[in-house]
Design a protein around this ligand. Structure first.
Ligand code: PLP
Length: 454
């Protein structure tokens, strides 16, 4: 342990097991303990300032320490600190937030008509799976339960959402995925296209592989396909040209529902209010969280269209209930904070800022592909990643996967910038209030760290 006994770091390591952490490394080195945040910055307990270029976990869209969200929470706490929405009860914040979300939803052929609240992205996605299974039973199609997601997709870590996630760290030692959860290829053109294969041809090939999987399994056994419009945690993978159009053609052919996991994409991140708009998708279900409350409090929302809702409503009437829900789902304080957060996103035109500053960030990070350690820059709006390599031709990094990413990530952190290393890629997803001079500072720190490691 590099910290004094009884330091805040030593106290943490003594009693606190962390998510997504090498527990032994934590015991040895201790964590960085954060003390405060403001705008795009956070400070640790030693007073060191960082640009939070990941907005926490892709989530603090409006920036840190917004007084209006503090006031909204305090007001709701004082008025009605808790109530639920089970059975025939409700409360105003949940009603107003549901109305707001339906109003903000994309204009779709089958528009979103209902909202169901949960507390996290994972809970929301598990709930979606149960809704789909319940619906299949309601429709007299009990065999239609399989769900297809993608390698490198991220949908959370609970049993069903972890099964839909397509990353090895979430599967192997946890005995996931469960049977009935299938994974098709990722849309990462740079890494996975054949030599000379165009984006369009690669997209067609991915759609053809999907169709082959559906036919092999039996089309009447496949209930839904879930995807992030732009992949986040799997490496910020922007779909290649034609990808979602080709995938949707196949889904339509076999009457398979489309779930858009908007947990990272939603509420402005990609330069439209929803990633489904950016990627021209027609989802039946949309899942939102993270930027929904800028993560000041935990909340997530599932939006569904009538095609999904109506059979569920009939079945709940037949058997007397839709027997699913969380004590904290649609919590009034979290809902009040989310509602205020959405008003701020609109009033301050954060979408306008993403459209203005996003391309600037993409261009500046893109210029780093001239650096010997950068193989690819990916991204859209205010979300991006740099793929680090030591051999540009072979698109490979150091022998141990993730070692180069870890080294550059550590140097970036040392320089006072927080991004996220995902294997050998570095991700950037700053608060949507970030300015061009702050992007200059961010990119300068990345460049300095790359030079240091090269
Ligand atoms: N879906 C997506 C696209 C995500 O990025 C995440 C989290 O990063 C989740 C679901 C899971 O959300 P949570 O961590 O709130 O369970």
């Amino acid at each position: 342990m590099n910290h004094l006994p009884n330091s805040i770091e030593a106290r943490d390591a003594a009693v606190h097991m962390h998510p997504y952490t090498d527990a032994r490394a934590l015991q040895q080195n201790g964590p960085t303990v954060m003390a405060k945040g403001e705008g795009v910055h956070v400070w640790d307990t030693n007073g060191k300032q960082y640009i939070e270029a990941m907005a926490g976990l892709w989530s603090v869209g409006i920036g840190f320490s917004e007084p209006r969200l503090v006031e909204a929470a305090a007001k709701q706490m004082a008025e009605l600190p808790y109530y639920h929405t089970f059975a025939m009860r409700s409360h105003t914040p949940a009603i107003e937030l549901a109305e707001k979300l339906i109003g903000m939803a994309p204009k779709l052929e089958n528009p979103m008509s209902k909202v169901f609240f949960t507390n996290s992205g994972s809970e929301a996605n598990d709930t979606v799976v149960k809704m789909i299974w319940y619906r299949a039973n309601a429709m007299g199609q009990p065999q239609r339960k399989k769900i297809i997601s993608r390698i490198k997709g991220y949908h959370g870590i609970t049993i069903a959402s972890g099964s839909m996630t397509g990353l090895p760290a979430n599967h192997g030692s946890f005995d996931l995925p469960l049977p009935g959860f299938l994974h098709t290829g990722s849309p990462h053109h740079w890494r996975e296209a054949a030599d000379g294969e165009s984006e369009e041809d690669f997209s067609k090939r991915r759609a053809q592989e999907l169709e082959e999987m559906i036919l092999a399994e039996g089309p009447d056994t496949i209930a839904a396909f879930i995807g992030e419009p732009v992949m986040g945690a799997g490496g910020v993978i922007v779909p290649p040209k034609g990808y979602w159009a080709e995938i949707q053609k196949v889904l339509k052919k076999y009457d398979i529902l489309l779930i858009a996991d908007e947990v990272i994409n939603g509420l402005g991140r990609t330069g439209n209010m929803w990633g489904s708009e950016t990627c021209e998708m027609q989802p039946d279900i949309m899942v939102s969280s993270k930027q929904l409350s800028s993560s000041y409090l935990p909340i997530s929302a599932i939006m569904l269209n009538d095609k999904v809702f109506e059979p569920i409503a009939d079945e709940s009437n037949r058997i007397g209930t839709f027997g699913h829900g969380f004590t904290g789902g649609g919590h009034p304080v979290a809902a009040a904070v989310a509602l205020e957060n959405l008003k701020i996103i609109e009033e301050r035109d954060l979408l306008g800022n993403v459209r203005e500053v996003g391309p600037y960030m993409q261009e500046k990070l893109g210029a780093l592909t001239a650096h010997p350690l950068v193989g690819e820059k990916r991204g859209i709006g205010l979300i991006a990643a740099l793929e680090l390599v030591t051999d540009k031709q072979a698109k490979t990094a150091l022998e141990k996967p993730g070692a180069l990413g870890a080294r550059v990530g550590a140097a970036v952190f040392e320089a006072g910038l927080i991004c996220r290393n995902m294997g050998d890629a570095l991700a950037f997803c700053p608060p949507m209030i970030i300015t061009k001079p702050q992007i200059d500072e961010l990119v300068g720190k990345v460049e300095g760290a790359l030079d240091q490691v090269a």
